[in-house]
Design a protein around this ligand. Structure first.
Ligand SMILES: [Zn+2]
Length: 251
């Protein structure tokens, strides 16, 4: 087969993945055999769950589109649906269940604080993460782009920032979660839903001062941890307010 050249242009924040090639408008790939557009895109460092629209010579195509001759390929991330019309989209936006890798503990805690279902195992290995993701139909959150490129991954996201609040904002935007924020409905420790608990039922588990000063309690359905609006509560509320206000102002 005659060698051919594919020229790829990565739009918007996808240049985050290009490493030393970031800032270069066009990346060229010389190929000598038929190759799927997905493989060519991932060879540039961009994981497929980050790709929402591919235009091959102006035509919207799927990941399995085969390149066999010279082509211009434009690659778009999930944002930006407004400006590129109603062309074929490759990613679902409405996903409400996640699994986070062991490095994203603070992001996990923030998302749970806002009421989102995030499975997390600090010491889970890649295989365990992928199995949980597939079994429970969760989107994978990881900064490990090789893991995100695994063929089994359907939905996922690589937080760009290393800061937990910024990562939380990114995930809320990427998966359109804003209107589903429900603070203090999920256990920060184990991810199970919280339920209201009558004081009389749990009073034996409370510290003496907590017994005196508080009357409203929630209990985790899973690990039985008890929550009440004590001093830690106002810290958490501040964090929620910071995230909310940044979501409003940085829209
Ligand atoms: Zn719990």
């Amino acid at each position: 087969m005659k060698p051919f050249t594919v020229r790829l242009r990565f739009r918007h924040d996808l240049d985050f993945f290009l490493g030393s090639k970031a800032g270069e408008p066009i990346i060229e790939r010389r190929l000598a055999e038929k190759t799927s557009v997905k493989d060519v895109i991932e060879s540039c460092g961009v994981p497929h769950p980050e790709v929402d629209l591919i235009l091959a010579d102006g035509q919207a195509v799927g990941f399995d589109h085969t390149l066999a001759g010279d082509a211009q390929v434009e690659v778009f991330p999930v944002e930006n649906r407004d400006t590129t019309g109603t062309k074929k989209r490759l990613q679902a936006t409405a996903i409400y269940r996640f699994v986070a890798d062991g490095h994203l503990g603070r992001l996990t805690r923030d998302l749970r604080l806002l009421g989102f279902d995030v499975a997390y195992g600090q010491s889970a290995d890649d295989q365990q993460l992928l199995e949980l993701m597939a079994r429970e139909n969760r989107a994978l959150l990881t900064r490990d782009r090789r893991l995100l490129m695994h063929a089994i991954v359907e939905h996922g996201y690589c937080p760009r920032s290393q800061n937990a609040v910024e990562q939380t904002i990114e995930v809320i935007r990427r998966f359109n979660l804003l209107e589903f924020i429900a603070p203090f409905t999920r256990c920060l420790r184990c991810n199970a839903p919280l339920e209201e608990a009558a004081k009389a039922e749990i009073i034996d588990n409370l510290e003496p001062l907590t017994k005196i000063f508080y009357d409203q309690f929630c209990r985790c359905h899973g690990c039985k941890q008890i929550y009440w609006p004590g001093s830690h509560f106002s810290k958490l509320q501040k964090r929620i307010e910071e995230i909310r206000s940044r979501l409003r102002t940085e829209a």
